[in-house]
Write a protein that binds this ligand. Sequence first.
Ligand code: FAD
Length: 304
Amino acid sequence: MIGRTLILKLADSPRVQRFVRNNRASTSIVRRFVAGDTIEEAMPALLALNQRGMTIALDYLGENVTRKEEAAEFVAYYRRLLGIMDASRLDGYVSLKLTQLGMDISEELVYANMVSILEEAARYQRFIRIDMEGSAYTARTLDIFCRLRSNFSNVGIVIQAYLHRSARDVEILIESGAPVRLVKGAYKEPKEIAFQRKRDVDRNFIALMQMLLTRGNDPAIATHDEAIIRAARQFAREKEIDPSKFEFQMLYGIRRDLQDRLAHEGYRMRVYTPFGTQWYGYLMRRLAERPANLWFVMKNLLRR
Ligand SMILES: Cc1cc2nc3c(=O)[nH]c(=O)nc-3n(C[C@H](O)[C@H](O)[C@H](O)COP(=O)(O)OP(=O)(O)OC[C@H]3O[C@@H](n4cnc5c(N)ncnc54)[C@H](O)[C@@H]3O)c2cc1C
């Protein structure tokens, strides 16, 4: 059985990267998880999700930018995207990564880039969620978020349940009224800082989820794990927390049946939907989460 850690390690290899990127069959695999190369191509799928009663967290793919000019292009694109979302009356917000806006270059640059995006988002009354990346970025991402949050109310953050530090971070974020999306965590992290076993991650997820559901500001429970979703529903019922006070989130193309069911039952359901051509890192994290996906990939890659 090929494990998550091994897949994430292989994904870093330039040879694997070249092979996957250049293989024509990759396109059909990517289409399962990515709504289109451009916003125009993705829009019908996004509007269809809205029609099925779900909102969107829209992700323009790209990460670990190393040039200032490239970060500036992403900023300009996000500002344009907010206008397109408005014109299309899309019910959703933007989710983005700080390494896409220059985190590997300078924190001041990222801060200024985020201010530019948040100002434009405020004009359209849209919210921006900052995704959480690998642990090399956790502290800096939280610092920048807190600075932004003191000037903007339309910004939220993500916390990863696999990190030991997260209970403390959640407590601080609850105190400050920050909107948090809770996820398990998608990166390869060492045992010194992160739980390694699924049952430990799940136990921490549930503890943090309960803190957020009782005291958080509009928390998002982002998981496809049915046992955890059941636990969230039961906890909310027992504590008489109205379903309008939180939302579930899942990824585009994963557990569509469950997405539909929750929306149908009246829960708020948001689908994190990526688009763009820089899909490599995103795709590899999705494959690593569920090694069974590899069969689907191998079948497609080897078919032609
Ligand atoms: C809306 C959203 C936003 C996210 N944002 C971030 C972020 O900012 N930072 C971050 O580190 N991580 C993020 N993640 C990813 C997250 O950390 C997990 O890696 C991912 O959600 C898989 O964990 P799980 O909670 O679904 O539970 P798991 O225990 O991994 O999976 C439970 C079940 O869900 C299904 N499933 C899960 N993943 C897949 C898959 N890839 N393909 C097919 N079926 C699958 C399977 O049926 C599996 O048995 C996000 C996830 C979601 C849903």
